[in-house]
Ligand binder design. Structure first.
Ligand SMILES: [Zn+2]
Ligand SMILES: [Zn+2]
Length: 243
């Protein structure tokens, strides 16, 4: 059932910001499928791109693991140029319909993998640095987390905070990212009850996962504060460079 608040929100959203194609920005699309007919073949090809390592579709790939995360849900191979562009657009613009659409794809995958019963009791997200939040003026990972939480009818909670950046992540080599992540996040004290998380099975949301060191560190912090089982969902995986 839709409550009146939700109806108002949807109306305002639809009237003030009509759906736009998430790949090219054209308004020739719908709220439930925010991709225009011209871009659809490109989207479909990107969505059918398998894992670089095992060749399986993301829903079936089992070759990629992230420390401290018991289950992974992801949609795209980041190597696809249209996916890269989409993620860059999401950082700069609020693509509400695209986030809703992609959140629904992630939840579909979750339902398939968990036989219709996702084991999560809340949704949280990898927080952006203050600088990034100021620069982009919104946080697409948090917005994606809110859409996923809404679809799963779970609370979306800020369980982690960013503690500041020591060197940009991009400039760090893969080996050092693990250590870099340790100084970048902490549990959000405001969300804790007697120093512990009031949730046992959080679902962590991010946009792109590369080595998984950032998400793994966030999951470690959640476990340190009492989480028993952490799931991770994200839009795209950057496959390892061929050696
Ligand atoms: Zn388009
Ligand atoms: Zn794989």
């Amino acid at each position: 059932m839709l409550d009146s608040k939700r109806v108002t929100k949807l109306l305002r959203r639809y009237l003030l910001a009509p759906p736009k194609c998430m790949l090219c920005g054209s308004e020739d699309c719908t709220a439930s499928l925010p991709i225009c007919s011209g871009c659809f073949p490109k989207y479909a090809a990107a969505a059918l791109e398998g894992c670089d390592v095992c060749g399986a579709m993301p829903v079936d790939c089992r070759c990629f693991e992230v420390k401290n995360c018991a289950a992974l849900y992801w949609l795209f191979n980041y190597r696809r140029p249209e996916i890269k562009e989409l993620i860059i657009r999401m950082k700069h613009e609020r693509l509400d319909y695209a986030l809703r659409f992609l959140a629904a794809r992630l939840v579909d995958q979750m339902l398939i993998k968990t036989n219709g019963a996702p084991p999560f009791d809340c949704v949280c997200f990898v927080p952006r640095s203050k600088r990034a939040a100021l620069y982009y003026n919104h946080d697409h990972a948090e917005e994606l987390a809110r859409e996923v939480a809404d679809l799963l009818q779970l609370p979306c909670v800020k369980l982690l905070s960013h503690t500041g950046v020591k060197g940009e992540q991009k400039q760090l080599s893969r080996e050092f990212r693990g250590d870099a992540a340790k100084i970048r996040f902490e549990a959000n004290e405001k969300a804790l009850v007697n120093g512990k998380l009031p949730y046992k099975t959080p679902l962590l949301v991010d946009d792109v996962v590369t080595t998984g060191s950032t998400a793994g560190e966030c999951a470690r912090l959640l476990k340190e504060r009492g989480a028993k089982y952490v799931g991770l969902c994200f839009l795209a995986h950057t496959p390892p460079h061929p050696s």
